[in-house]
Design a protein around this ligand. Structure first.
Ligand SMILES: NC(=O)c1ccc[n+]([C@@H]2O[C@H](COP(=O)([O-])OP(=O)(O)OC[C@H]3O[C@@H](n4cnc5c(N)ncnc54)[C@H](OP(=O)(O)O)[C@@H]3O)[C@@H](O)[C@H]2O)c1
Ligand SMILES: [Zn+2]
Length: 362
């Protein structure tokens, strides 16, 4: 796609966009709004690649809007603040996650569950309250209301902290909500971007952590990240060995999976929380649920307050993502590698690679 420059006043912004369903990402220039009184302008330094970016660029969930600038794992530095901003100043390390507004602003949403309520404006592939399409963090700057900007603890490097804004909170929230902690047996299905953060947080919260991965190829990494046990789901014996074992299972898998088989691994009253969002419905048997009063639940990211709690917890425990930093020129290849489960464990785009004079990464 050639550069597109909208004839509107505002902040000239460089990024990468997909022009249509499944199209490769190519350079794209657009304008952000001039900051209003309550806005923060962020000079984006890094943006993580979430599997949700790929689902949406490929329109696997339906309803995608193009051109699409993906990216909701944004880490950067405040470059400007509006006159009424009180929480941030120039130079602060900040992040933006999956949404840039919610019904909280007009009182129609409850802050603690704002991400589930009508009125949420996602960071891209969505619209602001005034109808403006949102464009995400695969770009060099973003303008966001201060209430939706997160503070990144200064001891965390911005590149490895970027994935906390989605992968981090998506695992932290259900682990906290369903009481992961000492004495609890927790399993994480899928050791990808979300899964590896789940291992770190469940371990830090004091739970006994098991990884359920397709193979044992990442076992040493799993143990290093904090797992107490690691099993291959390609081995049928895993499902008999681990029957009735877990209080909580978090399922991060992006592809269709036999959920019934995994429900059988829960103890009585155990819960499997689905956070992975495959593009096809999953057939489910009743027996694995009724035999054990088990629950099947879902969870989506977290509120702004809980995301800040997660970032502060991460700062206190020195938790960041394991990343592979890439230039924009590699982004389409990176998408394919994520889909092939070939990522250790999150790709993060170095936004400086947008500069015309940027030296290519070796
Ligand atoms: N609910 C939310 O709020 C939320 C937020 C962010 C993302 N998501 C969704 O969560 C999913 C995971 O995102 P991610 O960024 O962590 O993706 P990811 O890095 O690709 O990780 C997914 C992992 O699932 C496993 N997997 C992939 N294909 C599989 C298959 N066919 N059968 C069994 N296991 C398979 C792989 O782990 P192993 O190699 O270890 O088996 C892979 O590493 C995506 O669907 C994404 O859209 C949801
Ligand atoms: Zn995400």
């Amino acid at each position: 796609m050639t550069d597109v420059i909208e004839q509107q006043p505002g902040l000239l912004t460089k990024g990468y966009a997909a022009a249509s369903t499944g199209a490769p990402l190519t350079p794209f220039t657009f304008t952000r709004r001039e900051p209003r009184a309550d806005d923060v302008v962020i000079d984006i330094k890094y943006c993580g690649i979430c599997h949700s970016d790929i689902h949406q660029v490929r329109d696997e969930w339906g309803g995608s809007v193009f051109p699409m600038v993906p990216g909701h794992e944004i880490a950067g530095i405040v470059s400007r603040v509006g006159a009424a901003v009180t929480k941030f100043k120039t130079g602060d390390h900040v992040g933006v996650g999956c949404f840039v507004d919610s019904g909280r602003s007009d009182g129609s949403a409850t802050a603690a569950i704002e991400q589930y309520q009508p009125g949420v404006a996602f960071t891209y592939n969505s619209t602001e309250k005034d109808g403006t399409p949102t464009l995400g963090g695969y770009s060099d700057k973003i303008v966001v209301k201060e209430d939706y900007v997160l503070r990144i603890p200064e001891n965390l490097p911005l590149d490895a902290a970027a994935p906390l804004l989605c992968a981090g909170i998506t695992l932290y929230s259900p682990l906290k909500h369903w009481g992961a902690g000492p004495g609890k047996n927790v399993a994480i299905i899928g050791l990808g971007g979300l899964g590896h953060m789940g291992v770190k947080y469940a371990h830090a919260l004091g739970a006994h952590v098991t990884v359920l991965s397709q193979s044992l190829s990442k076992q040493a990494d799993g143990k290093r990240l904090g797992a107490d046990a690691y099993f291959a789901t390609s081995d049928k014996a895993t499902f008999t060995k681990l029957a009735n074992t877990f209080d909580l299972i978090i399922n991060t898998v992006s592809a269709p999976l036999d959920w019934s088989a995994y429900l059988g691994l829960l103890k009585i009253d155990g819960t499997m929380v689905v956070v992975g969002i495959p593009d096809a419905p999953i057939p489910l048997g009743a027996f694995p649920l009724v035999r054990g009063r088990r629950s099947l639940a879902g969870s989506m990211i977290g509120s702004i307050a809980e995301t800040q709690e997660m970032l502060d917890f991460s700062g206190a425990h020195n938790i960041v993502s394991d990343i592979e930093t890439i230039d924009f020129s590699y982004v389409n290849k990176a998408f394919d590698r994520v889909v092939a489960s070939d990522v250790r464990y999150r790709f993060v785009i170095d936004i400086a690679s947008l500069r015309d004079d940027a030296a290519p990464r070796p």
